[in-house]
Design a protein around this ligand. Structure first.
Ligand SMILES: [Zn+2]
Length: 228
């Protein structure tokens, strides 16, 4: 393709992703994963070293496709009038390090973040967890915002792990997916299982699921479940 054709295609992708990333932020509100302006969604722009991400500090009610910010994969603004999310460096680091990732989500959803505050992985004691996460949801290191520390922690924890979610210690949840929608789904499911396992533990000791059963559940859900 000529570079003009590539540019036109990338422009169309950016327009599509502005709409999609804006709409997906409403899902974080709908599923009660965020408070005030916390939390963010981003999507990688296919065929370009760019991403579309939430602007910093803007109320969820005021987000529009046009207010989304386009940055390069070093977090520098390429398109948009607003400053990008304060978590942009972490998202950018993940896209640079994990080429298979097309979407990243961050929330402080309360039950999952309570596990993060204790630095405790969520054990795989539900078939729904085996399906979506393929095992426990791991804990990443303590890291301060700004620079690459959070991104490094996410990548180090999730590389070679089946879970698309990591509980960053004392902070909150980061999820990854092939698309932004898949990363949002992982954030919703992460909070759901964090709450259920919390409730289970309040009543006693949850029963573990045998590793070979976790493998079978994960395999079926990832490859057979749903509409084909
Ligand atoms: Zn945060």
């Amino acid at each position: 393709m000529s570079s003009a054709a590539v540019d036109a295609r990338v422009t169309r992708e950016i327009e599509r992703l502005r709409q999609e990333v804006c709409r997906l932020h409403a899902e974080l509100v709908r599923w009660e994963l965020v408070t005030w302006t916390s939390g963010n969604v981003s999507a990688r722009v296919p065929g370009a070293d760019l991403m579309v991400i939430k602007p910093s500090g803007v109320s969820y009610d005021d987000l529009t496709p046009d207010s989304m910010v386009v940055t390069d994969l070093d977090g520098r603004v390429v398109e948009g009038d607003l400053a990008p999310s304060s978590d942009t460096d972490a998202h950018a680091y993940v896209y640079r390090a994990m080429p298979e990732v097309g979407g990243v989500v961050h929330t402080h959803s309360p039950y999952a973040t309570a596990w993060a505050a204790r630095g405790e992985p969520i054990p795989c004691v539900l078939t729904a967890m085996a399906d979506e996460f393929g095992g426990e949801i791991p804990v990443g290191p303590f890291a301060l915002i700004g620079g690459d520390d959070i991104g490094k922690g996410i990548v180090a924890t999730l590389t070679g792990h089946r879970s698309p979610a990591v509980l960053m210690r004392n902070h909150g949840v980061f999820t990854i997916g092939a698309t932004a929608k898949a990363a949002v789904k992982a954030a919703v499911m992460c909070e759901d299982v964090a709450r259920t396992v919390h409730l289970a533990r309040a009543g006693g000791q949850p029963l573990p699921i045998a590793a070979h059963h976790i493998d079978a559940l994960y395999e079926r859900y990832q490859n057979v479940y749903g509409q084909r």
